[in-house]
Design a protein around this ligand. Structure first.
Ligand code: FBP
Length: 325
């Protein structure tokens, strides 16, 4: 089946940016490709080849009060669906409870991504429990499924085996797999969790294990692994765009979509600076949770509008297979 025709309105050609991205996903089923198109076509960045995703799993990961007390409207799952729609996000990613709580009201208005595993701050282990299945995502008409991997943690081997099964089920159901690849635990120092070499390694592990889209934190200049120090010596790593570029290269030389997370709430200018670096480095976009729902709604909409403008302004200055003109 011709995916381009199936995913577009009759007579409409698929935008070049999306076509180039699809060309990088060799061997995928028509249904998986159609769902990638669904994500890449929605919202204010639709058709640009970039993604902006609203993730709301912080109530589980960090606790409800730490996440929502600053903006009590955000305790309501419907608040996040509406914010995702009004801000023009590409998709809304959340655990089963939140997605179920708005699935009828917001049906067809925003692509959703079901986060299949979860950690919480009451536990100490660097591990996640698989708490939902691909069958739930199909029932909720999701456009993709999500899974958090902790490279470096003592639970990594078990997590990798869980991910293999999730990836198999997701492919059978035609759902793209988005992997949050967050190094932590084991022998990694706290600084090492966002070290350039470690973040690039985490991105590579995720795509090697079947992620269609990988999400990582923006890397710092720090190099964690002694054995990798020589390889990085002499690079211009003080430029955040160069660091983004390196992570994108580690994800099959830009043949996979690479997103960067927003992190804890901070000032708008610093967020916009990150978005510029991601764009310049050939990253595919951002996942911005706390910085969206921990701001008053009007401020969040204004800030997200600025991020959209940055991503929509131009393509990356250094091309990858997915961004080449
Ligand atoms: P934020 O934009 O709020 O950082 O959300 C991105 C995210 O990956 C969430 O999906 C997740 O709950 C959170 O970060 C985990 O953050 P941390 O690793 O700092 O606990």
């Amino acid at each position: 089946m011709n995916v381009a025709r199936a995913a577009s309105p009759p007579g409409a050609a698929l935008p070049g940016a999306i076509r180039r991205i699809l060309d990088c996903y060799e061997g995928e089923s028509a249904a998986t490709r159609r769902n990638l198109v669904r994500l890449l076509s929605h919202g204010r960045l639709g058709g640009s080849g970039r993604l902006l995703i609203l993730p709301v799993d912080q109530g589980v990961e960090h606790g409800p009060a730490r996440s929502f007390a600053i903006n009590p409207a955000a305790y309501d799952p419907h608040y996040h669906f509406q914010l995702a729609i009004d801000a023009g996000f590409s998709a809304f990613a959340a655990p089963l409870g939140i997605l179920s709580a708005g699935t009828d009201t917001f049906a067809g208005q925003i692509p959703t991504i079901l986060k299949l595993n979860a950690a919480n701050s009451l536990a100490v282990a660097h591990d996640q429990a698989v708490v939902a299945g691909v069958d739930d995502a199909v029932r909720l008409d999701c456009a993709a499924v999500g899974f958090t991997l902790y490279p470096g943690s003592d639970a990594f081997v078990d997590q990798a085996e869980e991910l293999r099964l999730v990836a198999r089920d997701a492919r059978a159901a035609g759902l793209p797999l988005l992997v949050w690849s967050y190094p932590r635990g084991g022998m990694l120092s706290k600084t090492g969790e966002t070290a350039l070499d470690v973040v690039a390694y985490a991105a590579h592990l995720a795509v090697e294990m079947g992620a269609h889209i990988v999400k990582v934190k923006l890397p710092s200049e720090h190099i964690e692994q002694e054995a990798a120090r020589d390889v990085y010596a002499g690079g211009n790593w003080s430029d955040p765009a160069v660091r983004v570029r390196h992570v994108v290269e580690a994800a099959f030389a830009g043949r996979r979509l690479v997103l960067f997370s927003g992190g804890a709430s901070r000032d708008t200018q610093s967020l916009l600076g990150d978005a510029r670096a991601i764009r310049e480095g050939g990253g595919s976009g951002s996942i911005v949770g706390r910085n969206s729902f921990q701001r008053p709604r009007a401020d969040a909409l204004a800030m997200l509008g600025e991020i959209v403008r940055i991503y929509a302004a131009a393509n990356s200055t250094r091309s990858t297979p997915a961004t080449r003109n």
